[in-house]
Design a protein around this ligand. Structure first.
Ligand SMILES: [Zn+2]
Length: 470
């Protein structure tokens, strides 16, 4: 592979609320932690948008020649339905809904999640870790916090006293006094401050939970925030470079992770915090399981025979920090955009390979400037179109697009291998081109139907007919 020249990488840091030049703690290496799914149900496509953004981040880091160590957790215990330690455990709720054990639910939806990300060409992390596999580390962390005087007990658990941690709002930038005001609606009167959160919750008296462990404070289960602190420190050690999640994690989950980790170690917990914006359903509704507009990859793409990579492509069209509108028309446009790009790649691929090309410097620099400007994918796509329509040779275009696909992750290299259509399909395609030239649209429609029964999809665009495998 060709060496890419050094170029500064700028990323938006939610801590400073500015784009900053990214510099890792250890030269050349990056520790990346991305908050993973709570496996009590399918991921909805709004969740998946965040994982696409994180995948782009990781690929851009690799494109910039960093060795990335990526850790993702699987939340299989402790995540309650209410954000502030209220409500039911989502896992036990899922188990009751489906009449299975919480462990079976976790296993089933973990596998479903892995299938989803595979459909979207999202790279798997180097390390997957389940919350239930790091209970001892989480208990140790609570012990440290207890020794340092940051905890107190209530009737239902061990809590973190947020008033003892200076800079509690450094990530959320929330007005803490206003939050104190909100204390009047707080339903747990034993909490000293409304922002205090559970580190360890006791199993309810007289009942046995499916998931519970012994601890120095009594039988129970860890708080949701605790797992991400314990796991990131366990697997990334001192390489706490970038921590990611959705914007909904800022105010509570990530804020609490920072408070308990920094209180325990006395050291900064992650230098960069990056957050992906929401997916908005047409009409302005936030995509959420609780809103009843629960769209999954299965019920929106796979069931309708739409290539899930069209969703990946759609995610490139909106910058990751801007809310993305979801509509059927938007997905149709993204699907056509992807088909168009695939066709362009086939066309330059048909020119053959003459080998030994270096990547066109002008376009590589433009592409890299776009991705290194806080992962500006809309601009990167514009650079790609400019390159494909330029006067450089087709073989050079092919070399460049396949290099850029290391970031896009659209599997464009695979197209070369399948670009030749089966003979039967090619015959129908040739006949349909003639029919269209003769303006015999009835014949053209019939031929389209025949092609589709053979498992191919036909699109008529201003650049001509595109035929791709369904
Ligand atoms: Zn997390």
């Amino acid at each position: 592979m060709q060496r890419i020249p050094y170029m500064k990488l700028f990323l938006y840091n939610s801590l400073s609320r500015k784009k900053e030049e990214f510099k890792p703690i250890k030269p050349g290496e990056v520790g990346l932690y991305t908050c993973g799914p709570t496996v009590y149900n399918y991921a909805h496509i709004g969740n998946l948008r965040t994982y696409i953004f994180e995948d782009i981040l990781r690929r851009v880091l690799v494109y910039n020649r960093y060795a990335v160590k990526h850790v993702m957790n699987i939340t299989d215990v402790g995540h309650l339905t209410g954000d502030r330690d209220m409500g039911e455990d989502k896992m036990e709720k899922g188990a009751a809904r489906e009449g299975k054990s919480a462990w079976d639910i976790a296993d089933f939806y973990t596998r479903a999640f892995k299938k989803d990300i595979a459909h979207l060409n999202i790279l798997e992390p180097d390390i997957w870790v389940k919350a239930t596999d790091t209970i001892p580390e989480q208990i140790e962390l609570v012990k440290t916090l207890e020794e340092k005087g940051f905890t107190y007990g209530t009737g239902d658990g061990i809590y973190f006293d947020t008033s003892k941690f200076k800079g509690y709002n450094k990530l959320s930038h929330q007005d803490l006094e206003a939050l104190q005001e909100g204390a009047r609606v707080e339903r747990n009167p034993e909490k000293r401050n409304p922002t205090d959160f559970a580190l360890w919750k006791f199993s309810p008296e007289g009942s046995k939970r499916q998931m519970e462990w012994d601890s120095p404070w009594g039988i129970g289960f860890p708080g949701w925030h605790l797992e991400c602190s314990a796991m990131s420190m366990k697997f990334l050690g001192d390489q706490l470079d970038i921590h990611c999640g959705g914007t909904d994690h800022i105010d509570v989950h990530h804020t609490n992770e920072i408070a308990q980790s920094e209180a325990a170690t006395g050291k900064p917990f992650f230098n960069f915090w990056m957050h992906g914006a929401f997916l908005i359903i047409q009409g302005g509704k936030k995509m959420a399981k609780s809103e009843g507009n629960f769209l999954t990859l299965e019920n929106t793409f796979l069931k309708n025979d739409i290539n899930p990579l069209a969703y990946r492509f759609a995610a490139f069209l909106t910058h990751y920090r801007k809310p993305m509108e979801y509509s059927n028309e938007g997905i149709e446009a993204a699907r056509n955009g992807l088909l168009h790009l695939q066709n362009q790649v086939r066309q330059v691929g048909a020119a053959g390979v003459d080998g030994g090309h270096s990547i066109n410097t002008e376009f590589r620099n433009k592409f890299m400037e776009a991705i290194n400007d806080d992962l500006n994918m809309p601009r990167a796509l514009a650079v790609i179109q400019e390159m494909l329509k330029s006067n450089i040779r087709d073989t050079e275009k092919r070399t460049a697009i396949l290099d850029f696909d290391r970031v896009l992750g659209l599997g464009l290299e695979q197209l070369d291998k399948v670009s030749a259509l089966p003979e039967a399909v090619q015959k129908l395609v040739d006949a349909r081109i003639k029919a269209r030239e003769a303006k015999d649209f009835a014949a053209s429609d019939e031929l389209r139907a025949e092609i589709e029964t053979l498992g191919y999809q036909v699109q008529d665009t201003k650049d001509g007919m595109q035929v791709v495998k369904k």
